[in-house]
Write a protein that binds this ligand. Sequence first.
Ligand SMILES: NC(=O)c1ccc[n+]([C@@H]2O[C@H](COP(=O)([O-])OP(=O)(O)OC[C@H]3O[C@@H](n4cnc5c(N)ncnc54)[C@H](O)[C@@H]3O)[C@@H](O)[C@H]2O)c1
Length: 242
Amino acid sequence: MTEPTDPPRTVVVTGAASGIGYATAELFRDQGDTVFGLDISPSVPDAVTYVECNVGDKAAVDAAVARCAESGRIDVLANVAGIVQFGRFEQITEAEYDRVQDVDLKGPFFLIQAALPRIRAAGGNIVNVSSVAGNKPQGYSAAYSAAKGGLTQLTRALALELAPEGIRVNAVCPGTVDTPLVQHVAEIFPPDLDPRVMDRLMMMLPGKAISPAEIGQSIVYLASPAARMITGAILAFDGGMS
Ligand SMILES: NC(=O)c1ccc[n+]([C@@H]2O[C@H](COP(=O)([O-])OP(=O)(O)OC[C@H]3O[C@@H](n4cnc5c(N)ncnc54)[C@H](O)[C@@H]3O)[C@@H](O)[C@H]2O)c1
């Protein structure tokens, strides 16, 4: 945990109504930051300001970022919102493919473009939540793997482009984290597919599953002054899956 700053930092967390985003928003809040939670669902933690936003909708993102930046600055942007998709490649509809790209890849693109002037003004930084699937793709989730691979490379490319300005851009790549997103995987994973893919999803170091707060702590760390020399990092948080 970092020391409270004066004035408090303004932190924007997408996907703050559930799982990793919820835990991350709580952690930033608990260290004294002013936290805005952008989501399509309002169930963000207490004392986190909810801003309704579909991250795949550029106009909605622009309006939400303007609301968060009323203080004139954004110190941290954590792009956490995401959705998964499972199924045979040939059965992915265009609408399904677009939806995954819109939320998982274009969402961070829209958020970063909208927030960058305020991040620049604040000397702030960006943390994206990609996935183990962005480093080592998995079968039957081509749209998700493509989106997360894109997000990982977007992170690296932006880290290079923004380094001269001192703006850091990093990513966390979780393996299987105990959140609603994976609690429902078994239900949406078609039963006729190769079960080894499901086995791999569950393949981690022995012990407890990764908790959302553990991923949140790594996001808080990467966003903190303690990580001031870290940019372009793709932090695999997957118990060895990748
Ligand atoms: N849980 C895992 O095992 C795991 C593994 C690797 C990567 N991830 C990534 O972590 C991130 C968070 O996942 P999670 O497990 O906490 O999931 P989750 O389902 O618990 O939470 C996702 C949040 O994103 C929000 N969201 C969905 N679509 C949105 C949209 N269009 N606009 C705004 N908000 C939207 C949801 O309402 C929800 O609050 C995702 O990017 C996911 O791909 C998760």
